[in-house]
Design a protein around this ligand. Structure first.
Ligand code: HEM
Length: 438
């Protein structure tokens, strides 16, 4: 793609402000999907499941509406928004990248909202499901085409490095996983529309898709961001490239196996790949430099380690699920160990570390709020994962009443996280705040 970047300082400043504005809109949109269609519906579903002591009486379309809003509406919006922003900053993305980011945002928001509403109200669902999937895919393709021609701009004076860093391969792999997820989503929604079996995607196909939607795109993208940022933020050694490549390869095989319905090798593969990825990013090894925790809560490195522990627990529970799941409790707990324990903890931790600066050179409103969001999320997740296995699988039925409690704790955590970022975005940029105090 040809470079048409205007180097005039005023134009560069205006461009930076425009980039920050688009990113802020992507992030606020993601927070809205996380809170309303995502978490509140998730809590409602869990309270209904607790009332019925079973998942079978709950409309699967509502459960899928919740999952889609969280994975695509929240995590997807964050990934696309940060992708547009950081690649525009790093490289020679043309001026029209900002316009494309706005168009992509409009298509994406319309697509995810339509999917959620269709799952709930079923209006013309045989048409609306594929339409929502097309809108989402178009939004992503606009992002993908804009950034795929990107080349990192060499920093002045830096020696010519030998090829792109390993984190970039992981981010590219995550983007391909995202593309595969949206393409598969379109295929199953067309199939549902044509066959008339819907709007919930049939259970077997949905179970396969969920492996793709989680392990192939958010997980891999988070590995990429970890390889990029953890050496700086946690003072870790540089990532072990060979191990990260091995993790990516084995993980891809695992996802392919799951798509073919071979869940036993699939789950062993994701267990192997998650252990290998944790080793590759050195997250459990002692740091070689002091972590950079200025402006965030000092427990930030601890929560990043908790997140990686959750990922391995999720993969191990996936292995248990293929052998022993009877009522969805092991699968459900594995999924939430991954989505809440790993993904959400990483987004809460790294998000509150980088987004204040990306969205307008601000400082985090309150490190204490950051701590409480992370602490409540992990307590709620621990309670949820353990009681889901015990209650759903009838090992310890006395644990049913803990499930709504875990839901309220997790809901409080996500509300505190959203408040923390929104209060941060309402503050003036750091240099203006300092000038006002002087
Ligand atoms: C905040 C509190 C949350 C609550 C109370 C909640 C509740 C639920 C419930 C009740 C289910 C139905 C299946 C089961 O019982 O396991 C479910 C499924 C699911 N949840 Fe959550 N959830 C929460 C957070 C999240 C987050 C943060 C994510 C992703 C980032 C997520 C992703 C999913 C996915 C992908 C499914 C499967 C949907 C499907 O079957 O298609 N959840 N959740």
């Amino acid at each position: 793609m040809s470079a048409t970047v205007n180097r005039d300082p005023e134009a560069m400043k205006a461009r930076e402000l425009a980039l920050q504005r688009t990113l802020t809109v992507w992030i606020v949109t993601g927070l809205m999907f996380m809170l309303l269609p995502g978490t509140f519906l998730g809590v409602w579903n869990l309270i209904s499941i607790t009332g019925a002591h079973s998942t079978t009486l709950i409309d699967p379309a509502w459960i899928q509406a919740h999952g889609h809003a969280q994975i695509f509406g929240w995590i997807g919006s964050f990934i696309i928004g940060i992708g547009f922003y950081s690649l525009s900053k790093m490289g020679r993305l043309p001026e029209f990248a900002i316009t494309r980011s706005w168009i992509s945002w409009a298509l994406w928001t319309a697509g995810v909202t339509l999917r959620w509403a269709t799952n709930l109200w079923m209006w013309e669902w045989r048409w609306m499901l594929p339409v929502s999937a097309v809108l989402e895919l178009l939004a992503f393709l606009l992002f993908f085409l804009t950034v795929s021609g990107h080349r990192a701009e060499p920093k002045p004076g830096s020696p010519k490095a030998g090829g792109p860093p390993v984190w970039m391969f992981a981010v590219i792999a995550g983007s391909l996983g995202f593309l595969a997820s949206l393409s598969a989503n379109l295929a199953v929604t067309i199939q549902a529309g044509v066959s008339g079996i819907g709007p919930a995607i049939p259970h077997g196909a949905n179970e396969r898709l969920l492996v793709l939607f989680t392990w192939a795109f958010p997980v891999v993208t988070i590995w990429g961001f970890s390889a990029r940022w953890l050496p700086v933020f946690l003072g870790l050694r540089e990532p072990a490239a060979k191990f990260l490549f091995a993790a990516l390869g084995v993980n891809t095989l695992g996802v392919i196996a799951a798509m073919l319905g071979w869940f036993i090798p699939a789950m062993f593969a994701v267990l192997a790949s998650s252990g290998t990825a944790a080793y590759a990013v050195r997250v459990f090894l002692p740091p070689v430099k002091a972590p950079k925790t200025i402006g965030v809560h000092p427990t930030f490195p601890l929560f990043v380690r908790f997140a990686y522990a959750w990922m391995i627990v999720a993969a191990a529970l996936g292995v248990c699920a293929v052998f022993w799941d009877q009522a969805g409790g092991l699968w459900g707990s594995s999924r939430h160990a991954l989505t809440v324990g790993f993904m959400s903890t990483m987004v809460f931790a790294i998000g509150q570390r980088v987004l204040p600066a990306f969205c307008g050179m601000r400082v985090l409103y309150s490190p204490k709020l950051m701590f409480w969001s992370l602490a409540l999320l992990n307590v709620g997740c621990l309670m949820r994962v353990s009681s889901e296995i015990a209650a759903y699988e009838s090992y310890v039925p006395a644990m049913w009443p803990l499930l709504p409690v875990s839901a309220i704790i997790e809901m409080t955590a996500v509300t505190v996280f959203a408040a923390s970022l929104l209060l941060t975005f309402r503050q003036p940029p750091a240099h203006l705040a300092n000038a006002a105090q002087a």
